[in-house]
Design a protein around this ligand. Sequence first.
Ligand SMILES: NC(=O)c1ccc[n+]([C@@H]2O[C@H](COP(=O)([O-])OP(=O)(O)OC[C@H]3O[C@@H](n4cnc5c(N)ncnc54)[C@H](OP(=O)(O)O)[C@@H]3O)[C@@H](O)[C@H]2O)c1
Length: 335
Amino acid sequence: MAETNRAWTMASRPVGEPAPKNFALTESAVPEPQHGDVLIRTLFMSLDPYMRGRMRSGPSYATPLKPGDVMTGEVVARVEKSKSQKYVAGDIVRASIGWQEWASLSAHDVKRVDPSLGPVSTAVGVLGMPGLTAYHGLLDIGQPKAGDTLVVSAASGAVGAVVGQIGKINGCFVIGVAGSDEKCAYVVDELGFDAVINYRTQNVSNELGRLAPSGIDVYFDNVGGTILDAVLNNLANKARIAICGQISQYNAPELPVGPRNFQVLLRTQSRAEGFLVYQFERQHEVGRARLASWIREGRLKYREDVVDGFENAPTAFIGLLRGENFGKLLVKLSD
Ligand SMILES: NC(=O)c1ccc[n+]([C@@H]2O[C@H](COP(=O)([O-])OP(=O)(O)OC[C@H]3O[C@@H](n4cnc5c(N)ncnc54)[C@H](OP(=O)(O)O)[C@@H]3O)[C@@H](O)[C@H]2O)c1
């Protein structure tokens, strides 16, 4: 086949913030599918914070990348050729093929996307891994009740925006924490959060004290660090903290000591619990169907930050870890 497959590999491990030199663009021939395989072409590539973790060596829940490996990631793709009875050319699927334009893989390793649920890009966004992270992390780990005060950090992002809206659907008073006035206005005006704090310009602990005088019942933690500290200062009794991510530490060459005030968990008899979206895999189809129905009913909104062009993936990823994305970050490769 005359087409060339381009892929982004990890050229070297970043120390601190990733830089363009840590990524390399490689080219190879587009593979021919073998019996039982499908040849797929990427339409949208998902960029997610966890990818920074894969670039790091050391203990993790997933195998780290080695220099020269294709960057990890999930894509939405179109089947171009099928040597499997499960798929025909033109089917839309998602697959974890990493940052590349084409791949040939077993039909068992791709998942069908149902275009009737929404635009196909949502299969790696609000109806995919980030949406399901919000759904299970909040409902199964955070266990919100009507009347609870819920705080969520990275509130305008792929996960945080869904968390806050599910909190509203469940009758919570929802406070977002975000990193710009534009993001703050969006979560209140568009998504219907009750209040928001700009952690770059406001004192988060003081603002939480003012907005939640009876304390915080549920904290959905996407960032860790000083925002987690501020929440702990304002915890209600029997609070639940869902540890989803710690993005404020992903680029840190040395992990800071802390959190400083975990004794609050003792005093308030509260619980902090980490989770991974994959632990709820058997319930994902139920979650996806509910998320899709909330979108249809106009109760769940989403925003995508779509970067055009495969060559721009490293720059967009570096920006994600700086808070430059506004909504679910995707790279668009093809119509
Ligand atoms: N446990 C799981 O299974 C699971 C699954 C998916 C995602 N996650 C985690 O969920 C979190 C959110 O992921 P996402 O995909 O929804 O990303 P996202 O929110 O769309 O994008 C990341 C956002 O994090 C914020 N951020 C970046 N650096 C920060 C810092 N130093 N301090 C505070 N905020 C910072 C930025 O927003 P601001 O401008 O508002 O700061 C940025 O836009 C991440 O920690 C991710 O690792 C966990």
